[in-house]
Design a protein around this ligand. Structure first.
Ligand code: SF4
Ligand code: SF4
Length: 429
């Protein structure tokens, strides 16, 4: 039973605050103070999401000093790693730092203890992405290989099942006719347009819910209340980073510029393909053969080339561990490029078989293409690594709002030089 001295408006609470049963202080304006009690076994929980070396870190701060992206209020990777190691779950959830890291690996190269801070930051991002998810599906998918593969296969099979059901009960075909009759792409248009809207609406809704939870967790203890005006002013920051992913270019290593170009082209190709199938499906997926100079042809070829070349290169690089950053690969690092590649290849097979008038091949290739593309959009976009494409720009946006709010409240922003103090022996978290 709750202790009456700590609940509600008991005489033991001050005029401005009260304590909830958990011991957390709640102000009368609704703001809650953070729970800074350590959570036992938190590192064990984190390790389910990937590499996290609890024992190696000396808390020396060298990683934060070399990180080109760590500055101002956002001091990382040392700070979030220490919060995690100490089991300080709520302060970790209240931070945006893991999302501001763009994975260059400079910190891991510098770490004197080979504690792999880059990998640990990646693990923290996976953990946070799951923590923001009200459906809890992200947690299952990001911590279990069986769950991830089974989800992709289940969605693909569900699409086949729905197509089967549609033809048997609405088109009134027999099973033997459905299996042996080549059907053009256009015969399902009436239903597939609504199907496409639903397939994209689900991940968009889940990503919005994740973003709302990220905002609630990270902004309520921002140090200064951010008025709506600041959210509106900084909306441009979200759009800029969503469209350009430009922060990746700010990492020092020249190889990061190439990595940014590759990353940006893949995001652009995926976004363009999604835009076209949502708004121009009838123009893009048609049985008519357009002339070569028609944008339908070359836009399609360009998207397919990007989504075949770069994901293949990522898969080969990770398999051969060509770069230090590929030393540790989780399944989710591979499922995304594999699904992008399969979507593009199956789309090309549909196009070629239609061009060569192989009707039955086109019929089956289209079914496979829709199944694979639906799995990519319904599993990888809201729950897998593809969700980071939206969560990172949103975190940068919230960080910009937070810094503006602190600036307006005239609360000094912590400078990176504080990390130099850590190196001299003072080691506050
Ligand atoms: S460089 Fe960073 S991760 Fe490595 S020991 Fe120092 S504080 Fe820990
Ligand atoms: S991986 Fe790069 S961006 Fe991320 S914390 Fe390390 S140095 Fe900074």
């Amino acid at each position: 039973m709750a202790d009456s001295s700590t609940v509600g408006n008991s005489p033991c609470t001050s005029k401005d605050t009260r304590k909830a049963w958990s011991g957390r202080v709640i102000h009368n304006d609704g703001a809650r103070e953070m729970n800074t009690l350590a959570v036992p076994g938190f590192v064990v929980e984190l390790r389910k999401y990937g590499t996290f070396d609890a024992n190696a870190c000396l808390n020396c701060g060298s990683c934060t000093v070399v990180c080109n992206l760590s500055d101002g209020q956002a001091s990382f990777p040392r700070r979030p790693l220490q919060l995690a190691l100490l089991g300080l779950k709520e302060p970790l959830l209240a931070g945006l730092e893991p999302w501001l890291c763009y994975d260059c690996g400079e910190c891991s190269l510098t770490c004197p203890r080979q504690a792999e801070p880059r990998e640990s930051m990646m693990t923290l991002r996976r953990y946070l992405s799951a923590a923001y998810d009200v459906t809890r599906i992200s947690s299952k998918i990001l911590t279990s290989k069986i769950w991830e593969i089974a989800s992709l296969v289940f969605v693909g099979l569900l699409v086949f099942g729905l197509a089967f059901f549609y033809h048997l009960y609405f088109v009134e075909l027999s099973v033997s006719d459905l299996i042996s009759t080549p059907m053009g792409l256009e015969h399902m248009f009436n239903i597939i347009i609504y199907f496409t809207y639903a397939v994209f609406a689900i991940p968009v809704l889940i990503l919005i819910l994740k973003a709302v939870r990220m905002q609630r967790l990270t902004m309520r203890n921002a140090g200064a209340r951010a008025p709506i005006r600041l959210y509106l002013i900084e909306a441009k920051t979200f759009l800029l980073h969503l469209m350009s992913q430009k922060r990746m270019r700010e990492c020092v290593e020249p190889i990061q510029k190439k990595r940014w170009a590759k990353h940006w082209l893949m995001v652009l190709a995926f976004a363009a393909k999604s835009f076209i199938v949502i708004f121009f499906l009838k123009w893009f997926q048609t049985d008519s053969i357009y002339p070569l100079w028609n944008p339908q042809r070359w836009v399609g070829y360009l998207i397919a080339a990007i989504l075949i070349f770069f994901p293949s290169e990522i898969i080969v690089s990770r398999a051969r561990i060509r770069q230090a950053m590929h030393k540790f690969s989780e399944l989710s690092d591979l499922t995304l490029p594999v699904m992008l590649l399969l979507t593009a290849v199956s789309g090309i097979v549909v196009h070629v078989s239609r061009y060569l008038e192989f009707s039955m091949a086109c019929h089956y290739a289209y079914a496979v293409h829709v199944g694979v593309a639906t799995s990519l959009v319904l599993v990888e976009l809201p729950f897998g690594k593809l969700s980071h494409v939206m969560l990172r720009p949103f975190a940068l946006y919230l960080q910009a709002v937070k810094e503006r709010a602190l600036g307006e409240a005239k609360i000094p922003v912590e400078r990176k030089s504080s990390e130099q103090l850590i190196l001299k022996g003072t080691q506050p978290v």
